[in-house]
Design a protein around this ligand. Structure first.
Ligand SMILES: NC(=O)c1ccc[n+]([C@@H]2O[C@H](COP(=O)([O-])OP(=O)(O)OC[C@H]3O[C@@H](n4cnc5c(N)ncnc54)[C@H](OP(=O)(O)O)[C@@H]3O)[C@@H](O)[C@H]2O)c1
Length: 272
């Protein structure tokens, strides 16, 4: 496993995304992923699966210290008191004393950003999370957050895959010493049928999805692919035994555009 270092955090480059995984399926996938060598699990309050993620963590019998657990505070809990209370609830559901990374899930213009960041830094000081960060923050919001936050932010978790150019956010993260964590890293499954990725994969004996994930980690980006299929857990982590050439990296980067975004929850910030 490779790691991405960011403002004091050491984040395993591949993690398991868990949105939409529920109940026993979720607990089983988390357990299996950890048994297969995953060391990074991504959940969120709004996924309503923190309890099952916690069950999977315990069932795996992997040492807690060896696992990097991220959860995210939902936007309705951004008032300082709510942020602290909801983080305590997350920890209770996960049955953990602390998470490794606590993120603001989306920007919320209804609550002053500095207040929310102050509360986020405070819960870190209280020992509820080892690190803090943000998600779905544009470059402008990221610059504002870094300036306002009393503690270092370690990542911006944003949508990133070969169809979406994220050069600006990636550069901003690098400027601030932060990691970019790519969500929807296999473009919600769309990369599977991609002719360019499949062709590059044939030369390396890898699948299109593996080429896509390799392209991400080779940029020093973390990726958190989700799967509900045990066999794909191995596929998505077996990407550390080959390397893409500069030319192959360039070909894949050339597929991206500003219009390639797949996530639109209707309350997204203005990205450009
Ligand atoms: N911060 C945010 O606002 C935010 C937003 C979205 C997502 N996320 C996080 O990022 C994680 C991943 O994003 P995502 O779930 O949107 O998309 P994703 O991981 O790009 O795609 C998941 C889909 O791709 C399929 N898939 C996975 N591996 C595959 C492979 N090797 N070959 C072919 N298909 C494959 C899965 O199907 P099967 O189940 O059939 O394998 C699933 O339908 C989420 O689970 C969540 O933890 C965060």
């Amino acid at each position: 496993m490779q790691f991405v270092e960011a403002n004091g955090a050491k984040i395993p480059a591949i993690g398991l995304g868990t949105s939409e995984l529920r109940g026993r399926t979720c607990a089983r996938l988390v357990e299996q992923a950890l048994k297969l060598g995953y060391r990074h699990i991504d959940t969120a309050q709004v996924y309503e699966n923190e309890r099952e993620v916690g069950e999977g963590l315990r069932a795996s019998r992997v040492r807690r210290d060896d696992i990097f657990v991220t959860t995210k505070v939902w936007t309705t809990h951004f008032a300082p008191h709510d942020l602290e209370r909801s983080t305590k609830e997350s920890l209770t559901k996960l049955r953990l004393t602390e998470v490794d990374l606590l993120l603001l899930h989306w920007p919320n213009p209804q609550v002053p950003l500095a207040e929310t960041l102050g509360a986020l830094a405070h819960v870190r000081k209280l020992g509820m999370s080892r690190h803090i960060g943000v998600s779905n923050f544009t470059v402008a919001l990221l610059d504002e957050a870094v300036a306002a936050c009393p503690e270092p932010l370690v990542c911006d978790q944003v949508e990133y895959h070969p169809y979406l150019d994220q050069t600006k956010v990636k550069d901003a993260c690098a400027r601030h010493g932060m990691a970019l964590v790519a969500y929807s890293p296999v473009a919600k499954g769309r990369v599977k049928g991609d002719a360019t990725l499949a062709r590059i994969g044939r030369d390396h004996g890898k699948t299109a999805a593996q080429v896509c994930l390799r392209w991400l980690v080779q940029q020093n980006v973390c990726a958190i692919p989700r799967t509900s299929r045990i066999e794909r857990l191995s596929e998505n982590i077996e990407i550390f035994d080959f390397e893409l050439s500069d030319e192959e990296m360039g070909q894949i980067s050339g597929m991206g555009s500003a219009k390639g975004r797949l996530t639109d929850f209707g309350f997204a910030p203005k990205w450009d």
